[in-house]
Design a protein around this ligand. Structure first.
Ligand code: ADP
Ligand code: ZN
Length: 652
């Protein structure tokens, strides 16, 4: 009898079992788990020699499935050690939910043809293609593919994929979910003559099963997916691409809290293969790695078509007279009118759904809140509802103020896209308008229909949230109006400036992507702000330098490490007491500071009270080890839940 270590796809660690034969790590087994039978994976952990062998249970059977690759096992171990999530919770992300079912007619995965349709590249593109291709089959390396939108980054990394296919290896392309559109897939098909394998929240169970198997067998050569595709069981991974690497949606904010871009670098290291991070506005983290010489820097300096970047104008909203509330300034209005006359398209951008972010009673001053969250309800006028954008709570718009009972005293404060739509409709009565948000558009099909309409000039003015900002190419769109350029700048978020710069750079870049020069207008109350200035001067360099200097001075990531602890529960006193207990048992160590507890900015969410601690550690401190020892000393009561977020991106 052999003693083996088995891991199950549940949020726990490994368990020991006995087995009549020696099993190598990755073997699937069926074993008793509590009173149930559960499928698990033989893990690469040394068995626990302190256990009494006679008391260890025996596994039921060895399952006849192909083993999980060793690289996948190493990756699961790594992610668990870094994020402090239980091993089994990470394993769960690497496995299918329905293992036993087998497809009668599995999907076929054609090998993409690297020579299907090749392009002739410009000189600077050629140089980039060469640099990237040189990395393939040369072991682990990280490259930043850095170029403005439209410079041909996608075409360039397609060449690297072509080379990986020629060598028979697999390529993983990670895209933010929102960019995973039919447009990208069509381009891939045009270049390689067949579709890639797809992995995101929208694929069906059967597709999932077939894709997972095809990846394990090495039949699927190119896999395109959202962050969860990182955990698939690649047989021979030769290349990873992370497109829009700066995108914040790569950070998973529930379950296992991981940053997919960072973990992709780890995955490449385990596979000993190159990884390419592509962006027009690289993250500070990535850029610092370039400056320190850890990552290669591959630059594409011009737009391929020769199109120039838009002219960016600021409208100083402080100078506006107090009149009736208006969100589209006269300057912007005039530009829109001219654009309508030229029969060119306009995009009005505001990253806020609904009609107004707040309803206020003019009589008693009451601001209508969500009963379950410390947040105001957002008015959605068309649907006649107030909605909480945190928990989804909905109520009808009341006729009277719920507090003082007076009728007709409730007023909408501030704009959402619906309100901008209303204002644009009254300012430009003959124009064809279209509002686009995640409320109105939620699947790729609808998106394709919309893109077709835009292409056929059936729309004059688009009004939308960030759903429109990313990755699309509208050839007749020459004017972009940003209604509230300052929106993302406030709040104590470490990355507020960076994120605003990236988003607005991307949005304004929608203007004038072909021969027609575009114009973008930023409406702002802080025209002297570094972010706004850098955008106007198209001066990414200065912005990055300043931002990096500030982070270094404050010892913030990537110059120091952060971890957040979020405690929540229905009983506020328990939450507070637990938070205090945790702080009281904190270790005193050089370069390791514990800040808090403080009520979270959203101190009540879905009926639970929330408190936060922030841990700040110097770069060389082994933060995870310290946190693990520390947490082993405290007992968290069952009515309080604790989440640890290593390198947090959200601070609410
Ligand atoms: P990015 O990914 O940097 O935004 P793309 O790869 O999408 O840039 O290129 C922008 C547009 O220019 C696309 O329509 C692309 O097909 C086209 N393009 C880029 N390079 C070439 C080339 N060498 N030959 C023909 N078209 C190109
Ligand atoms: Zn709520």
């Amino acid at each position: 009898m052999q003693q083996i270590s088995v891991l199950f796809p549940t949020p726990l660690g490994c368990y020991d079992y006995m087995c009549s034969e020696e099993l190598s790590p990755g073997t699937f087994v069926l074993a008793p788990f509590g009173r149930k039978k559960m499928m698990g994976v033989v893990w690469d952990r040394a068995p626990n020699t302190h256990l009494d062998k006679s008391k260890i249970k025996e596994i039921f059977e060895v399952l006849p499935y192909q083993s999980l690759p060793l690289e996948t096992i190493s990756f699961v171990n790594w992610v668990s050690a870094y994020t402090l999530a239980p091993l089994g919770a990470v394993l769960k992300m690497a496995l299918l939910t329905e293992f036993d079912k087998e497809s009668k007619k599995p999907l076929a995965f054609n090998v993409p043809n690297p020579k299907y349709k090749t392009l002739s590249f410009s000189d600077s593109q050629l140089a980039a293609v060469e640099q990237i291709s040189d990395q393939i089959s040369n072991g682990f390396s990280v490259s930043l593919l850095d170029g403005v939108t439209g410079s041909g980054k996608t075409e360039v990394y397609f060449e690297a994929i072509a080379k990986a296919i020629e060598q028979g290896g697999q390529t993983l392309v990670l895209l933010p979910e929102i960019t995973l559109t039919t447009a990208w897939l069509e381009r891939f098909e045009k270049r390689f003559g067949t579709k890639p394998a797809l992995w995101h929240s929208g694929v069906t169970q059967k597709q999932r099963r077939d894709t997972w198997q095809a990846i394990l067998k090495g039949e699927a050569k190119v896999i395109v997916g959202a962050r969860s595709a990182l955990f698939l069981p690649y047989e021979k991974l030769d290349l990873i691409i992370v497109d829009e690497e700066h995108d914040q949606s790569f950070k998973q904010e529930d379950g296992v809290l991981y940053q997919a871009r960072d973990m992709a670098v780890v995955r490449a290291k385990i596979a000993n293969c190159p990884i390419v991070l592509a962006s027009a506005t690289p993250s500070i983290e990535t850029y610092c790695n370039v400056l320190q010489g850890k990552y290669y820097h591959i630059e594409l300096l011009e737009r391929f078509s020769g199109a120039v970047l838009p002219d960016i104008r600021l409208v100083d909203m402080r100078q506006k007279e107090k009149g009736p509330v208006r969100f589209i300034s006269p300057e912007l209005q005039k530009l829109i009118e001219e654009n309508l006359q030229k029969k060119e398209q306009t995009l009005l951008f505001l990253n806020r759904r609904g009609y107004a972010p707040l309803m206020l009673c003019r009589s008693c001053g009451e601001r209508i809140k969500c009963p379950h969250c410390a947040a105001f309800l957002v008015e959605h006028k068309k649907r006649n509802i107030l909605q909480c954008h945190h928990c989804g709570y909905i109520r009808r718009i009341p006729k009277e103020c719920p507090t003082c009972g007076q009728a007709e005293t409730l007023v909408a404060c501030g704009p959402g896209v619906e309100r901008i739509h209303e204002e644009a409709a009254s300012l430009f009565p003959t124009a064809k308008l279209c509002m686009v948000t995640s409320d109105t558009l939620n699947n790729p099909k609808e998106f394709s229909v919309l893109l077709e309409k835009i292409k056929n000039n059936e729309i004059d003015i688009l009004i939308g949230t960030q759903i429109l900002a990313k990755g699309h190419h509208f050839s007749n769109l020459t004017l972009v109006g940003v209604i509230d350029a300052d929106m993302g700048l406030s709040g104590g978020d470490l990355r507020a400036g960076e994120r605003t710069f990236q988003l607005l750079h991307q949005v304004t870049g929608r203007a004038g992507r072909e021969q027609k020069k575009g114009t973008a207008v930023l409406q702002t109350y802080v025209p002297e702000n570094l972010v706004i200035q850098s955008l106007q001067n198209n001066d990414r360099q200065t912005f990055m330098e300043q931002e990096i200097m500030t982070r270094e001075m404050l010892q913030m990531p990537p110059f120091g490490q952060l971890a957040a602890m979020i405690l929540s529960g229905k009983n506020e006193q328990s939450v507070v007491d637990t938070a205090k207990k945790i702080v009281a048992s904190a270790p005193f160590l050089e370069g390791f500071d514990v800040l808090g507890p403080t009520p979270a900015p959203i101190a009540l969410l879905r009926g639970k009270f929330r408190y936060r601690l922030l841990i700040k550690a110097q770069k060389d401190v082994k933060m995870q080890n310290i946190l693990t020892c520390w947490m082993n000393k405290v007992i968290i009561p069952s009515n309080v839940s604790l989440r640890i977020d290593i390198n947090p991106y959200s601070f609410f």
